[in-house]
Design a protein. Structure first.
Lengths: 114, 112
């Protein structure tokens, strides 16, 4: 009964490289979300998905790409990593809309871009 | 535009005392509110929620109060314990309900 998992938990990469962060949930929740959290700040939405094959941009989507071919998986790709993308990334899922239902968060991936 | 604000970025309380964390919101259409707790190195986790047809909701050692007139939420933690040390968030929805706006949170520090 894993709930929601993220991998890797820690990643160091170099500027310009492509990086993919994985997110997997076992609840069959319809909605999934990717957030980034910079030191001392709240969470900012990168992308969200209402169902398989339905995704939409959030507040800070530039430089990121997502896909959702299966309900349980929601990978986030940084196409060409930049230092400004150094952050902690959280994946979340919920049964309903963000404003109407509880979100359940993964443990986070700490990404460092050198 | 919409905004979410927290009155105090850091709150220090003595162990055993009660804690009150405040939150202001500006979206009048919001009808569901959640408090999340984020411990160091972890993702946020649900503490308690309240819908707009309620003024107060109690959980185990936590109470949320909602004042829709002044668009204000508060989280009360009774008999604060070291395990309550965390950052507390009260994100609220934008008009579409697809996105939440998270403020910086309030860091609760427990003094022994």
């Amino acid at each position: 009964d894993a709930g929601i998992t993220q991998s890797p938990r820690y990643k160091i990469t170099e500027t310009g490289r492509q990086v993919t962060l994985m997110c997997h949930q076992t609840w069959s929740h319809s909605y999934m979300f990717w957030y980034r959290q910079d030191l001392g700040h709240g969470l900012r939405l990168i992308y969200y998905s209402a169902a398989a094959d339905i995704t939409d941009k959030g507040e800070v989507s530039d430089g990121y790409v997502v896909s959702r071919s299966k309900t349980e998986n929601f990978p986030l790709t940084l196409e060409s990593a930049t230092r400004s993308q150094t952050s902690v990334y959280f994946c979340a899922s919920s049964e309903g809309l963000a404003g109407t239902d509880t979100q359940y968060f993964g443990p986070g991936t700490r990404l460092t871009v050198l | 535009g919409e905004s979410v604000g927290l009155h105090l970025p850091t709150l220090s309380v003595q162990e055993g005392d009660n804690s009150i964390i405040n939150c202001a919101y500006s979206n009048s259409a919001s009808d569901y509110f959640i408090w999340y707790k984020q411990e160091s190195g972890k993702g946020p986790q649900f503490i308690i929620d309240i819908r707009s047809n309620m003024d107060k909701r109690q959980g185990q050692r936590v109470t949320v109060l909602l004042n829709k007139t002044v668009k204000h939420l508060s989280l009360q933690i009774a008999a604060t314990q070291p395990g309550d040390s965390a950052v507390y968030f009260c994100p609220t929805s934008m008009d579409s309900n697809y996105q939440l706006i998270w403020g910086a949170g309030t860091k609760l520090i427990i003094k022994p």
